[in-house]
Design a binder for this molecule. Structure first.
Ligand code: FES
Ligand code: FES
Length: 156
């Protein structure tokens, strides 16, 4: 079945099983490899991306759900001229260790600072349930707070 949607602001049309997980389509059909496969059961958050601005775990989301919508992956978070505050803060705080979980965290964090511009530790812990096996959570919290500050400064 032909499914059309937009990914990182570019229109795509693909002929796949509508029940195929969006993650498979993003990685294997569209060759966008930032979004990762972890548990495959909507538990770890490695596959987190945005559909119409909302956070989804794409390993458990049939691609047909994306039809007619805008999908954003980590590759599309920044614009050509402006790095996203989350990516800037991640670099400045040197967050990643192995890096595998980080794209999912960054996509979840980008949505969080959009909804809660100045999140507390509690806001971060209660809104982001992604898993990092390398134990980078303390740096992630620092980076989200730094990103929130960058975002606020850019609005002044
Ligand atoms: S791979 Fe999707 S939540 Fe773990
Ligand atoms: S940085 Fe290795 S799993 Fe998170």
């Amino acid at each position: 079945m032909k499914i059309e949607f937009s990914i990182n602001k570019k229109p795509v049309s693909i002929d796949v099983d509508p029940e195929m997980p969006l993650l498979w389509v993003v990685r294997d059909e569209l060759q966008l490899k930032a979004t990762k496969f972890g548990c495959g059961r909507a538990m770890c958050g490695a596959c987190t991306l945005h559909v119409d601005g909302e956070v989804y775990r794409s390993c458990s989301l049939p691609v047909q759900y994306a039809a007619g919508k805008e999908v954003t992956t980590l590759e599309g978070l920044s614009t050509e001229t402006q790095i996203h505050p989350i990516q800037q803060a991640w670099i400045e705080e040197e967050v990643p260790q192995c890096g595998y979980c980080q794209p999912g965290f960054m996509m979840a964090a980008a949505k969080l600072i959009q909804e809660i511009p100045n999140p507390s530790d509690e806001d971060i812990k209660s809104n982001i349930s992604n898993i990092c096996r390398c134990g980078t959570h303390p740096r992630i919290i620092k980076a989200i707070k730094r990103a929130a500050a960058i975002q606020q400064a850019s609005k002044i």
